[in-house]
Design a protein around this ligand. Structure first.
Ligand SMILES: [Zn+2]
Length: 197
């Protein structure tokens, strides 16, 4: 990430108590957030091959998911959309101190400022900003992030909370899924972010 962003970024990371993993290049996503499990702390991952400005913005995007998780985990996360108003609010607040010419070059700075007025789930939807951050030729990636369960087809296998499931059928907002390890059936909310395998 841009060198001038590092001290500020580390402060935020230690304050939220999230582990950060730098991943190998992934074709399907730039980063993700996983809530804590019984054995592991909450963590974000960001692809290590991203250009510095894109790396920073992806990391902050994922930290905003962590913020929402910790703010709402006891109040109920069920009605909170992954990139809804709660996430937008935290993303804006976290990005604010980084919107500085020491951190983002032009034209990235102006384009990121514009984008942050109403950030979307995927920076790819803001083509101009995406090209400034990632370079013009980096359009091969399909999604910025993990897919939502509701977008998968029945029969598709996915990873959720480090376990593999098969999608069975949509039941209103929930999706009936089968865990591949113990063959039991579960109802999982369609808005959760899952990873295709
Ligand atoms: Zn996201």
């Amino acid at each position: 990430m841009p060198a001038a962003a590092i001290p500020l970024f580390w402060n935020i990371l230690s304050e939220i108590k999230v582990q950060m993993i730098i991943s190998r290049a992934r074709q399907t996503k730039f980063g993700d957030f996983r809530p804590p499990s019984r054995t592991k702390p909450a963590r974000i991952s960001v692809n290590g091959d991203l250009p510095p400005e894109a790396f920073l913005m992806t990391a902050i995007h994922e930290l905003a998911h962590a913020k929402v998780y910790f703010e709402y985990k006891d109040k109920g996360l069920r009605n909170i959309a992954p990139h809804g108003k709660e996430w937008k609010r935290h993303f804006k607040l976290l990005m604010e101190p980084f919107l500085h010419p020491d951190i983002f070059n032009e034209p990235s700075l102006s384009l990121v400022k514009r984008h942050m007025q109403n950030p979307s789930a995927s920076s790819m939807r803001d083509r101009e900003m995406f090209e400034a951050l990632h370079g013009k030729n980096n359009h091969d990636i399909q999604n910025q992030e993990a897919t939502h369960l509701s977008n998968l087809k029945n029969g598709e296998v996915f990873i959720f909370r480090n376990r593999q499931f098969k999608r069975m059928e949509l039941l209103r907002v929930y999706v009936k899924c089968q865990a591949l390890d113990n063959k039991r059936l579960y109802r999982i909310h369609g808005s959760v972010e899952v990873e295709r395998v």
